[in-house]
Design a protein around this ligand. Structure first.
Ligand SMILES: O=C(O)CCC(=O)C(=O)O
Ligand SMILES: [Fe+2]
Length: 297
């Protein structure tokens, strides 16, 4: 088997400097921001994850993921329905700043969309996930950035506990990795303390590391943001409990897909329930403002 060696370093290092993180994402495909979540936020999320996993284990309704090699990890989806702490990650100021920067302006000013929001918890013995690109779920490889990923570290991520592994600069390889195992890629571990966020271009080759620790778990919350003209992994207005987002900001609801510009051609969702339609957001500008933008004469 052929192994593709790492590109020349130095590689992205954890930092609080968002200018540096943006430069790292552009050049290396990923950057790491430290000190984003407070101790309180980390503990709340960790406790909610533990309770939710326990519930699923008791009910026997455990969601397996085809992307993992075995079931020594736990994945949780539909997080927004489970606890409000996850709603705060959707429109967290860091997510808004980075997604706005990465994705640029949107057609008719509709905000970018949430492409996924899930938890991945690995335990000792969990094998690595294998190198992949996240955007290959949604569209053919494109040579522009259209998908920003964020991994929120709920525990300390180090080599032993299976920190996410990345192939620096692979966002520029121009194709996704082979899925037949014929090529192997050297990777580096994105090591950083709990409360940090790994932010990467959806084209970056990466994957969960193997958890070879004796007795430590490693919890991650994984989110993604895409252009509103792309199709997210989930149609949140159809699967979320409207009560769970009753307090969400307008921007948060738009990110979750309640904007009626792209989903409805600016028509109200006339056949949804009143509870759902009351959460939708239409075009924010007047017709004349929009006309003025495209015709100056
Ligand atoms: O948990 C991780 O470290 C990464 C998981 C991942 O890459 C994925 O679920 O696509
Ligand atoms: Fe991934």
């Amino acid at each position: 088997m052929k192994t593709i060696p790492l590109s020349n370093g130095p590689f992205s290092k954890p930092t609080t400097d968002l200018g540096q993180v943006k430069a790292d994402i552009t050049e290396q495909g990923y950057g790491i921001v430290t000190g984003v979540l407070s101790q309180q936020e980390i503990e709340t999320i960790r406790a909610v994850i533990a309770t939710e996993i326990e519930k699923e284990e008791k009910s026997g309704d455990i969601k397996e993921s085809y992307t993992d090699r075995d079931n020594t990890n736990r994945r949780l989806n539909i997080l927004v329905d489970r606890h409000e702490c996850f709603l705060h990650l959707v429109d967290h100021p860091l997510a808004i700043e980075m997604a706005s920067w990465f994705l640029g302006p949107s057609y008719l000013e509709e905000s970018f969309l949430l492409h996924g929001l899930s938890a991945n918890v690995t335990y000792p013995g969990c094998r690595d996930m294998g190198v992949h690109g996240d955007t290959d779920n949604v569209l053919p490889h494109v040579n522009v950035p259209v998908h920003l990923r964020m991994i929120w570290y709920i525990d300390d991520f180090d080599e032993d506990v299976g920190a996410t592994r990345v192939v620096p600069r692979s966002h520029l390889f121009g194709k996704y990795p082979e899925k037949d195992g014929s090529l192997k890629y050297e990777t580096v571990a994105a090591v950083a303390p709990a409360g940090s966020v790994l932010i990467y271009d959806g084209r970056l080759y990466h994957g969960t590391g193997a958890n070879i620790s004796k007795n430590r778990q490693r919890a991650a919350i994984i989110s993604g943001y895409i252009q509103p003209w792309m199709r997210p992994l989930a149609c949140y207005p159809m699967i979320l409990n409207p009560k769970a987002i009753a307090t969400a900001s307008e921007q948060c609801r738009q990110i979750l897909g309640y904007g009626t510009v792209h989903l409805g051609f600016d028509q109200p969702w006339r056949h949804s329930t009143e509870e759902v339609t009351s959460l939708t957001i239409g075009q924010k500008r007047t017709i004349n403002e929009m006309r003025a933008e495209i015709r100056q004469d």
